[in-house]
Every structure is written in structure tokens, then in C-alpha cells.
Design a binder for this molecule. Structure first.
Ligand code: NAD
Ligand code: AHE
Ligand code: ZN
Ligand code: ZN
Length: 370
């Protein structure tokens, strides 16, 4: 079939909206009509050329929601008409990783996914002249129709609006999950969130849900304050306005250091500050931000010797097929909020505007509706 898609032709260039060829689903695969897709910072990170796995030409996008159109041979858990959220972290429920409760990083399709291919080692997308186009993070939601492995789809309730729940495909789950599944934050904890963008705001609402006593937000952009307060931030710190070292300032503000800190910036200097602002003896720092190719983190080992822990999380530690439908329920039951964070809704033709808004710090989430 033919479908309209925004294609990343090469690093650093705007996406090009065009008709492309899409082959039908093969063994274990599913054809999905994407109804809405969010633009995540990681799409921009890959488009910029900073992602070591970045490949071109490719159809980016990994935060979406849609409807199953056709299932390939052997697919048992889904049928046409089912509402689904694509998962860049699959859940096969049988690999060594899925069977270990300590991780959500299913490896069943990870190597082919990282190469921009379906599990059989080929792509379903091509240009109209036959040039192959690669998949991205196993999802390629910047296409009106896409093909995914069955294990990379969470089946969700049918009354949930696509243009809101698409955000659960990455930002919402990553932020809330980092608090609930990775940190397992306790009632009454003190926390610091670095970066109040599409991920950091969801860390804040996760902390509120978990019953944190103090939620400090740190951002260079004061324009993020109002929204962060609405989601539960109790204190705001703009590093540009702090005289001297930020670490002792934050340690003092949190009465000895935070129980949990979260990096949602992707900046390795911020990651160091986040670790060192943790409480001596027990503080845990969770890295969410994705740093550019070649970047490294550093600190004095004594920071760890004296009881701080440095950790990381992908997709908030969530097991997609199991946890994403529950998070959709939380949204529909009013336990979490999404709507105020969807600051812009665009047509696919205007997708590059969504990237510009993110660059300018003007959007939290821009969503493309098909
Ligand atoms: P975003 O651009 O919406 O937000 C980033 C925020 O950080 C902005 O508000 C910006 O002003 C702030 N910031 C930048 N530099 C700062 C600094 N030095 N100090 C304080 N604040 C600073 O991005 P996002 O969508 O929220 O994504 C955040 C990071 O999380 C990105 O690196 C993204 O790739 C990553 N991410 C990781 C996962 C995962 O599973 N681990 C999932 C999604 C996104
Ligand atoms: N090259 C990666 C993209 C970069 C990355 O680190 N992705 C994060 C999720 S960021 C979502 O916005 C991730 O979860 N990685 C886990 C993994 O196994 O790579 C890619 O996925 O192509
Ligand atoms: Zn993302
Ligand atoms: Zn698995």
C-alpha cells in the first residue's frame, strides 16, 4: 500500500512529507493506522545526528496511538479494530530479560530494531522509486500507517482519545515510571527534578502521585515554572540565578540532600549535579536524559562510597504491554493529567514546526493528528 509519512532523509535536514510504499505485515507483525503521534526530544536527538544508532533515510516517531488494520501470520493477541500504543521497548514475556523482574528491557527484537529493521532483517518501508527506508525504534509513528512486531504493541481501551494517549507511548510513561517503577519513591520523600520539559513534568506528577513532601524543579527556562507548579512542583531553582555552586544550594534546600534526583535534560554536567545533590548515605540519582554520542559522565568515586547511587531508566522501567494499558486507565480515571501538556496540535505537513517549537522551548508536547 501507499501511505503518507514524514521522512528523515539525512541528519540535520528537516523532515520531508511524502507518499511512501508500505508492505503488509509478515509473520508476527501487525499493520497499524496511526491516529496521532507526539514529537519527543529523542526524535530531534536522532534527526540532529547525535544518536550513535541514527540511520537514514528513516521514518522517525516513537510516541503514538492508533488502530490495528491487519495482522500477519501467527499473531494471536491482536485483531483488526483493536486500539494500540506502539512500544519502543517490546515485551515478549519469554526472553531472559522479560523473565527477570529486575528489568523492562526485553531483548527479543532489540538488535534488528536498532538497525532500523523488522525482526526478519528487512524493512517494510520504501520510497516510490524503490529505495528502502528504515524503521525507527521499532515504531515509525511519523507515518499514517506503519508495521510493528506484535510484541511492540500495547492493547488499550477504546474510549481513550488518541491525541492524548499517544503521549503515554513515551513521555508520560517515562516520567511517571521513573518515579514509580525505577526509583520506587516513598511517601514523604524529597526529590529534585532537573529539566521541566515533556519528561520532567511527568516525573513531577509521578512524585505527586507517590506522595513526595518536597518536589524541587530545576530549569534554565523560567517559562516552565507555571506548568511545573500545576503538576506538583513545590520549589523552583533557576541555576542561572544561584550564586556559587548549585550543589550546596540544593543540598541546603532539601535539608541535607534529596532522597531522589532525576536528570531529564540529557546534559552530562547536570547529571553530575543531580548525583551530588543526593542525600549522603541513601540518595539515588536516576538518569533519564539521553546524552549525545561520545558524551561521558564523571564524579568523584567518594560520592558513591558515601552512599549515593547512580542509576538509569529506559521507558520509566515500564513493561509496555502490561503497564501501558494501566497508565491509560489512570488517565481516563483522572488519576494523572495529560491534556495541559499537549500544548500544540499539528497536521503532518507542519511536523517541522513541531520540532521548531521544541527547540524554542515553547512547547511541552506538540502532537501530530492524522
Ligand atoms: P525537553 O526539551 O522538553 O525538556 C528539557 C528541559 O531541560 C527544558 O525545559 C530545558 O530548558 C531544560 N534544560 C536544558 N538544559 C538545562 C540545564 N543545564 N539545567 C537545567 N535545565 C536544563 O526534553 P524532554 O522531552 O523532556 O526530554 C528530556 C530528555 O529525556 C532528553 O534527553 C530525551 O532524549 C530523554 N528521554 C529519555 C527517555 C528514556 O527512556 N530514558 C525517554 C524520553 C526522553
Ligand atoms: N538509539 C536509541 C535511541 C536513544 C535512546 O537511548 N533511547 C532510549 C529511549 S529515549 C525515548 O525517548 C531507550 O530506551 N533506549 C533503550 C534501548 O534499548 O536503546 C534507539 O532506541 O534507537
Ligand atoms: Zn521519547
Ligand atoms: Zn522479552
Amino acid at each position: 500500500m501507499r501511505t503518507k509519512a514524514a521522512v528523515a532523509i539525512e541528519a540535520g535536514k528537516p523532515l520531508e512529507v511524502m507518499d511512501v510504499n508500505l508492505e503488509g505485515p509478515k509473520e508476527g507483525e501487525v499493520l497499524v493506522e496511526i491516529k496521532a503521534t507526539g514529537i519527543c526530544h529523542t526524535d530531534e536527538f536522532t534527526l540532529s545526528g547525535a544518536d550513535p544508532e541514527g540511520l537514514f533515510p528513516a521514518i522517525l516517531g516513537h510516541e503514538g496511538a492508533g488502530v490495528v488494520v491487519e495482522v500477519g501470520p501467527g499473531v494471536k493477541s491482536l485483531k483488526p479494530g483493536d486500539h494500540v500504543i506502539p512500544l519502543y521497548t517490546a515485551e515478549c514475556r519469554e526472553c531472559e530479560y522479560c523473565l527477570n523482574p529486575k528489568t523492562n528491557l526485553c531483548q527479543k527484537v532489540r538488535s534488528t530494531q536498532g538497525a532500523g529493521l523488522m525482526p526478519d532483517g528487512t524493512s517494510r518501508f520504501s520510497m516510490l522509486d524503490g529505495t528502502p527506508i528504515l524503521h525507527y525504534m521499532g515504531c515509525s509513528t511519523f507515518s499514517n500507517y506503519t508495521v510493528l512486531p506484535e510484541i511492540s504493541l500495547a492493547k488499550v481501551r477504546e474510549d481513550a482519545p488518541f491525541d492524548k494517549i499517544c503521549y503515554i507511548g513515551c513521555g508520560v510513561t517515562t516520567g511517571i515510571g521513573a518515579v514509580i517503577y525505577t526509583a520506587k519513591a516513598e511517601i514523604g520523600c524529597r526529590a529534585i527534578v532537573f529539566g521541566l520539559g515533556g519528561i520532567g513534568l511527568n516525573v513531577i506528577q509521578g512524585l505527586r502521585l507517590a506522595g513526595a513532601d518536597q518536589i524541587v524543579g530545576v530549569d534554565l527556562n523560567p517559562g516552565k515554572v507555571e506548568m511545573a507548579k500545576r503538576f506538583g512542583m513545590t520549589d523552583f531553582v533557576n541555576p542561572a540565578e544561584v550564586e556559587g555552586d548549585l550543589v550546596p544550594y540544593l543540598v541546603d534546600l532539601t535539608k541535607g540532600g534529596a532522597d531522589y534526583t532525576f536528570d531529564a535534560t540529557g546534559n552530562v554536567n547536570v547529571m553530575r549535579t543531580a548525583l551530588e545533590a543526593c542525600h549522603k548515605g541513601w540518595g539515588e540519582s536516576i538518569i533519564i536524559g539521553v546524552a549525545p554520542a561520545g558524551a561521558e559522565i564523571s564524579t568523584r568515586p567518594f560520592q558513591l562510597v558515601t552512599g549515593r547511587s547512580w542509576r538509569g531508566t529506559a521507558f520509566g522501567g515500564a513493561r509496555g504491554r502490561t503497564d501501558v494499558p494501566k497508565i491509560v486507565d489512570w488517565y481516563m480515571e483522572g488519576k494523572i493529567e495529560i491534556d495541559p501538556m499537549i500544548t500544540h496540535t499539528l497536521a503532518l505537513e507542519d511536523i517541522n514546526k513541531g520540532f521548531d517549537l521544541m527547540h524554542a522551548g515553547e512547547s511541552i508536547r506538540a502532537v501530530v493528528q492524522y
